[in-house]
Design a protein around this ligand. Structure first.
Ligand code: ADP
Length: 788
């Protein structure tokens, strides 16, 4: 009885529950034969056996072999995977009067019982969870208290008290570690799609490596072990194998272990000195693990990169191999690859032609998946497809013969319900055309896809050291990414992949994705580490070590955001609050600043931050005529202070539009989909901010005197984006305050062509020159005050 009541079994709600369970069971039975036919199925016992004997397993299997959906199901009934209740000592702060020692009692704690599977992307986490729930015949997530499969992604967690398999994004696992560094909920963590090498997966691996290789690290779990499975579609796992067999370079302060002691490395031996009464180190080199030739950065406090405090019982190396590997040969239907004979000039045009060729020549069923670079290109191609389809359906020659075209965009910022539409069954006499960024590249099975069109490009974050900033650049993908994309066409039947580049260009692509850690701003990474009390960030065991300068730059940025204490290098309470927000450190800083009395602009800051979370709400216009039309229609939204306040007025106007929001958007050439996504984020941030503020009615109360609201907002913005400011030079150009680089205001900005004393901007884009995008005018006085 799910409700725990004694209601008669004839009650309609119980009957419908009963029916629902019956349906779920039936569906699970149907799926059983599909599961049995997966290439991974014969390996089930081997995987179980190996994990009984080893703590870490590396599992390589081609895409579609069944790794993500089956491995958690293989393991869930293993003995080591059941929950344990352990007694944990609890030290009470108040000593008993009779004793000088701290009082120690014990508490019963539940450890293990659940498996976590991390994914690089939200959509994959949700779709895999719903697939595994269907295969197990259990309801999904919070929909029923008895559900055994759940998921947790940014802004959306759906679990039940009975959840045993949880799909979550890497970022959410890192968030869970803030609450519980021992990950007590889990018996195993499966790290999926490591070959993507995003920053968060490297961090997750680092923390897991410490948990499985450092002695004493299981103290917080009452000695109950944690198994780690690392899964990848590319065969090169040697690096990861070595990584898990090597000792962590040094041990950090307050890690997952017990009492802190100072560990000093002398000639490769570890000397331990208890934390009480330790002496200052006499030689810096032996404390830092850094080579003495590397100069200390000028402004970085010593303590941030030189102190190494370890815990009792730290050990340098596991005695025996912890790692085992398993290879699974995939099963993929053949996919024919068609290259362009010559490089294409206009990718969108070429994609459109290919789509129309398939649509008018190939039989149904046969849906199409197109990989593009970003939201803007997706939106553009979507409207081109709609136009083309309209003319085909109006043309008497083709009207009766051509199937309908269902165009579905797919990008990260799209609201979840819109993303889910791609999984729906294609209606009869219709071809689904999915226009996607690389979010559909791995992990996803979109039923019905027979054709893939690959632009060969994706947007990548890249750190521009001269500007001291990350910028998004359109870059060629790697060979392994191209093959992942191609693979999407052969999941259910033979398929075709149209590559919008030449074979020669394909051969020149890099083999694998380069790790994000080597090319991005590391502020987020360092904040994540500091929030988990890893103070010696330079020696944290990462799979790929980032350049030291990049770490130092991140430390300086975090200092400037007041998230680190300049004396100790430890995280500040403000930094800790920022680390718990689902926002970048800079945007998190702005959100928290907006709560301060001198800025007092929370609701408006949330609106702006939400609008900045999507790529662009304003649709690009293709012709001069359309551009003018758009300009006139949007005029009422434009604010002379700049793009941030313009975004605010757009969000406010959209939010108060009660009749027809779609028409409101279309009149102003604003993306309705993007606005829905903005409202999604806004809703979540508003809910979250209620937990941040002692006066929860701040949202309803508004932000006081409206006359100086723009000033307060822009000054709050500066607290997070001081590094993104530039001042006007006598020659009319703008130079960044940090780095003294020339930047131009992006033509899409409302400030384009205007001369302002100084500007603050959200991001850089590169085309022929460095452009600042999402720009607002600020006063040098404000900047000066902020610098102090
Ligand atoms: P891998 O992780 O090795 O790429 P998965 O476990 O994700 O493989 O998928 C294995 C198979 O399960 C797919 O080839 C497909 O047949 C089926 N499958 C997985 N997810 C879905 C889904 N959401 N809808 C339909 N079939 C799915």
């Amino acid at each position: 009885n799910v409700n725990g009541s004694n209601t008669q079994t004839t009650s309609p709600s119980l009957r419908s529950n009963h029916d629902r369970r019956g349906q779920l069971r039936l569906r699970a039975q149907e799926l059983r034969s599909v599961r049995k036919a997966l290439p991974i199925a014969p390996h089930a016992n081997e995987i179980r056996e190996k994990l009984r004997n080893y703590d870490v397993m590396l599992l390589v299997g081609e895409t579609g072999s069944g790794k993500s959906t089956q491995v958690p199901q293989f393991l869930i009934n293993e003995k080591w995977c059941q929950a344990h209740t352990v007694s944990m000592p609890t030290v009470l702060d108040e000593p008993r009067p009779s004793s000088k020692k701290k009082s120690v009692t014990s508490t019963k704690v539940k450890v293990g019982g659940c498996i976590a599977i991390t994914q690089p992307r939200r959509l994959a986490a949700i779709s895999l969870a719903s697939r595994v729930a269907a295969e197990l015949g259990t309801p999904l997530g919070s929909s029923s208290p008895s559900s055994q499969v759940g998921y947790s992604v940014r802004f959306d967690t759906s679990v039940s008290p009975c959840t045993r398999i949880k799909f979550l994004t890497e970022g959410m696992l890192l968030q869970e570690m803030l609450r519980d560094p021992y990950l007590r909920e889990y018996s195993a963590v499966i790290v999926d799609e490591v070959h993507e090498r995003g920053m968060n997966v490297d961090l997750v691996l680092g923390f897991l490596k410490r948990m499985v290789t450092e002695k004493g690290s299981l103290d917080g779990r009452g000695g109950i072990g944690l198994k780690v499975v690392v899964m990848s579609a590319t065969a090169d796992m040697e690096g990861i194998e070595n990584y898990f067999s090597q000792p962590s370079p040094v041990h950090e302060n307050g890690n997952v272990n017990g009492d802190a002691v100072i560990s000093k490395s002398v000639n490769g031996h570890h000397e331990k000195v208890t934390a009480e009464g330790h002496n200052e180190p006499d030689s810096e080199d032996s404390w830092s693990g850094l080579s003495s030739s590397s100069p200390e950065p000028e402004d970085v406090p010593q303590s941030m990169n030189s102190c190494s405090i370890a815990t009792t019982g730290s050990k340098t190396q596991p005695q025996q191999s912890l790692t085992t590997a398993c290879h699974i040969k995939g099963r993929q239907y053949p996919v024919k690859v068609i290259y362009t004979p010559a490089p294409v000039q206009d990718v969108l045009d070429s994609a459109l032609h290919t789509i129309l060729h398939i649509h008018t020549h190939e039989p149904l069923p046969g849906d199409v998946l197109v990989f593009l670079t970003g939201q803007e290109t997706v939106e553009n191609l979507a409207s081109l497809c709609q136009e083309a389809h309209l003319s085909l359906s109006q043309d008497p020659k083709t009207r009766s013969t051509i199937p309908k075209m269902l165009v579905l965009p797919l990008f990260a910022a799209l609201p979840q319900h819109a993303q889910q539409r791609v999984f729906e069954k294609t209606p009869p006499r219709t071809r689904k055309i999915i226009l996607s960024t690389n979010i559909a590249e791995t992990s996803l099975t979109v039923p019905g896809i027979r054709y893939v069109i690959d632009s060969g490009k994706c947007k990548k974050k890249q750190f521009r050291s001269r500007l001291g900033l990350d910028s998004l650049l359109v870059k060629p993908i790697s060979k392994s990414a191209a093959n992942q994309r191609k693979g999407r066409a052969g999941r259910e039947a033979p398929g075709t992949c149209y590559r919008l580049y030449t074979e020669k260009d394909y051969l020149m692509l890099d083999q694998d994705n380069d790790p994000e850690i080597l090319r991005c701003d590391l502020s987020q990474l360092v904040l994540t580490l500091k929030a988990r009390h890893v103070d010696d960030v330079i020696n944290f065991p990462l799979l790929t070590q980032p350049p030291r300068e990049a770490l130092e730059r991140a430390l300086l940025h975090l200092l400037q955001l007041q998230t680190l204490d300049p004396q100790t290098g430890h995280i500040t309470p403000l930094g800790l609050s920022i680390a718990t927000l689902p926002l970048s450190a800079s945007l998190g800083r702005v959100l928290l600043a907006s709560l301060e009395p001198q800025f007092n602009c929370l609701p408006e800051a949330i609106d702006i931050i939400s609008a900045l979370s999507v790529e662009n709400i304003f649709l690009p216009t293709t012709t001069e005529e359309k551009k003018e039309e758009a300009e006139t229609a949007r005029r009422e939204l434009y604010r002379r202070e700049g793009d941030h306040l313009t975004l605010l007025s757009a969000v406010q106007a959209y939010a108060s539009e009660n009749s027809d929001r779609k028409a409101w958007c279309s009149k102003r050439f604003i993306s309705h989909r993007a606005m829905q996504a903005v409202m999604d984020v806004r809703k979540q941030l508003r809910a979250l901010s209620r937990t941040l503020t002692a006066t929860p009615d701040k949202l309803a109360a508004g932000s006081g005197d409206a006359t100086d609201l723009p000033t307060r907002l822009l000054r709050a913005l500066l607290t997070g984006f001081l590094a993104n400011t530039a001042r006007l030079m006598p020659d009319g150009s703008y130079r960044t305050l940090m780095g003294n680089q020339t930047v131009a205001i992006h033509p899409s900005s409302v400030l384009f062509g205007r001369k302002c004393e100084a500007i603050v901007y959200h991001e850089f884009v590169f085309t022929q020159r460095s452009y600042a995008r999402s720009v607002s005018a600020v006063q040098m006085d404000w900047v000066g005050e902020m610098v102090g």
